[in-house]
Design a protein around this ligand. Structure first.
Ligand code: BV8
Ligand code: ZN
Length: 252
């Protein structure tokens, strides 16, 4: 049973922010960020592979890792958590969805205007001219786990493509962070779903909303709560908890 105080906060929210991390895609079979280093990549830690330096030094290794992840996403389906978030938007006057994820499962579940703080697997761009391919890249041909893949050439110049993600040490897309922080300042409730909250500045989202007076609800099998008022945890997998939250708050 979800405490009535959280249900009431949700029912009366004028502006709801949903902030998601890799945990929201876990039940779609997408390894969370920390679990995504298997096989050959196991000997790396994510923070060292997800960098421009790693791509410059080992382009085929890094491109292979992202193509392997992109292939997983193309083969995956949005899960009940993505669907519940898309449905929530129909029950509150305003919902802002901010994700750290680089997959497109929120969009495929029907969410619109998703703010991607860390970019997307589906928008590679040229390292020289910055342009994206004129049409989506074909699904990678089953890159074997850990196999190197040469980054494709740009169709407009002699540059190579890089993943359209934000690497450690890189700034977020200009407007995305401002828009996300503005929503955190303005919302009444922020639901944080499936994130370890260790990567900054994205991880500031819940605290910024709390400081502005919002109610914070963490959805995570291992949630962590900092404040003893206006901050709650719903322990469990998002694919179970979010549909229940939707059902108990809005009967849908
Ligand atoms: C920046 C895209 C300004 C790539 C990602 C030195 C120099 C520069 C910056 C720094 C520095 N030292 C520190 C920093 C800041 C740095 C940082 O925070 N480092 C960390 C390691 C301390 N940040 C940056 O560099 C950022 N940029 O600061 O710019 C700047 C610019 C230049 C110079 C100076 C400053 C950019 C960071 C963006 C990195 N890119 N992703 C890719 O995907 O490959 S981060 C990546 O990891 C994710 O996007 C996400 O944000 C982050 C954490 O992942 P999570 O989503 O939380 O997933 P995780 O696996 O960690 O946890 C899963 C959670 O789900 C768990 O809690 C688990 O319990 C839960 N879960 C599991 N199953 C379920 C579930 N929950 C619900 N249901 C389930 N079923
Ligand atoms: Zn180019």
């Amino acid at each position: 049973m979800i405490p009535s105080s959280q249900l009431a906060a949700l029912r009366t929210a004028r502006h709801l922010v949903v902030f998601t991390g890799a945990g929201v895609s876990a039940e779609s079979g997408i390894p969370t960020f920390r679990d995504s280093l298997t096989g050959l990549w196991q000997r790396f830690d994510a923070a060292s592979l997800a960098t421009l330096e790693a791509y410059q030094q080992h382009p085929a290794l890094v491109w292979g890792w992202y193509e392997w992840r992109r292939m997983h996403v193309l083969q995956a389906q949005p899960n009940a958590a993505h669907q519940a978030i898309a449905e929530l938007a129909r029950h509150v006057p305003r919902l802002t969805l901010v994700t750290q994820n680089v997959d497109d499962l929120h969009e495929r579940a029907g969410s619109e205007d998703v703010i991607h703080l860390h970019g997307s697997l589906h928008h590679p761009r040229c390292v020289v001219c910055g342009r994206e391919p004129s049409k989506p890249l074909p699904p990678p041909d089953e890159p074997a786990e850990g196999r190197r893949l040469e980054p494709p050439k740009c169709e407009y110049c002699d540059g190579r493509l890089r993943p359209g993600v934000v690497w450690f040490g890189e700034s977020m897309p200009a407007g995305a962070l401002d828009e996300a922080f503005a929503a955190a300042r303005h919302c009444d409730v922020l639901i944080s779903v499936g994130t370890s909250g260790v990567v900054y500045p994205a991880a500031e989202m819940p605290e910024r909303a709390w400081r502005a007076g919002a109610t914070i609800i963490h959805v995570n099998p291992q949630p962590s709560v900092t404040h003893d008022e206006r901050e709650y945890a719903l322990s469990g997998p998002a694919g179970l908890v979010l549909p229940r939250l939707l059902q108990e708050a809005f009967g849908s």
